[in-house]
Write a new protein. Structure first.
Length: 215
């Protein structure tokens, strides 16, 4: 069995538009659904050709049916999160993969299951150490679940703001005012913008989606 490096949760992630023209769906990231029929199932990560994650998911699901492995292989998931991009003053939301090139599979692992999964087209191997694939720990599974659920509640904005750049406020009591960015908080997706109000420069804290860049 092949050794593979485990994906780093801090890596940057490309959009869900794939090389073969298909797109992922947020339904792929429902980790906290029904419990598996087989209590021995654990989550594993397989490595696929980048851009073909969706095809791998579809192929695996077809092979489960063909080989009658419903009790040995459960959900096949591509964890995604929504990302909002502002173009021309309008918001567009797309799905972005957490771990491009990786697919999560719920399995009761044995030699036959390993072979069926490993021989799936565009699958290059399992993530693990030594000669055996390594299942995800409960902590790792919960981390992915938390990130997915958080992402669905509040899409991330794919826009970069810089200190001293001019922005226009689009929402709230200061809508239509322009100001200068004084601080940027990427984690909270907030800005401190210096706005001139009644002749005085006043700091106003705003979320990324409440402002737009001044062309």
């Amino acid at each position: 069995m092949q050794d593979e490096e485990k994906p780093d949760a801090g890596d940057s992630n490309p959009e869900s538009q794939t090389q073969d023209g298909t797109t992922t769906s947020s339904v792929d990231s429902v980790m906290a659904g029904e419990p598996p029929r087989n209590p021995n199932m654990k989550w594993y990560i397989i490595h696929s050709y980048s851009g073909f994650e969706r095809k791998v998911k579809e192929s695996l699901e077809s092979r489960v049916q063909a080989f009658g492995l419903q009790e040995k292989i459960g959900r096949v998931l591509i964890p995604t999160e929504p990302v909002t991009e502002i173009r021309g003053g309008k918001k567009y939301t797309t799905e972005r993969m957490f771990y491009p090139g990786y697919v999560l599979v719920e399995m009761d692992m044995d030699d036959h299951v390993w072979h069926v999964v490993k021989s799936t087209p565009r699958v290059t191997g399992f993530v693990g150490t030594g000669q055996q694939p390594t299942p995800l720990s409960d902590e790792e599974v919960n981390h992915i679940v938390y990130r997915v659920n958080e992402g669905k509640d509040k899409p991330k904005l794919k826009v970069k703001f810089e200190k001293n750049e001019s922005v226009r406020i689009t929402e709230g009591p200061f809508a239509s005012f322009t100001g200068i960015v004084d601080e940027v908080n990427e984690d909270r997706e907030t800005l401190k913008v210096m706005v001139t109000i009644f002749g005085r420069s006043t700091p106003v804290e705003l979320e990324f989606n409440q402002v737009e860049k001044v062309a």
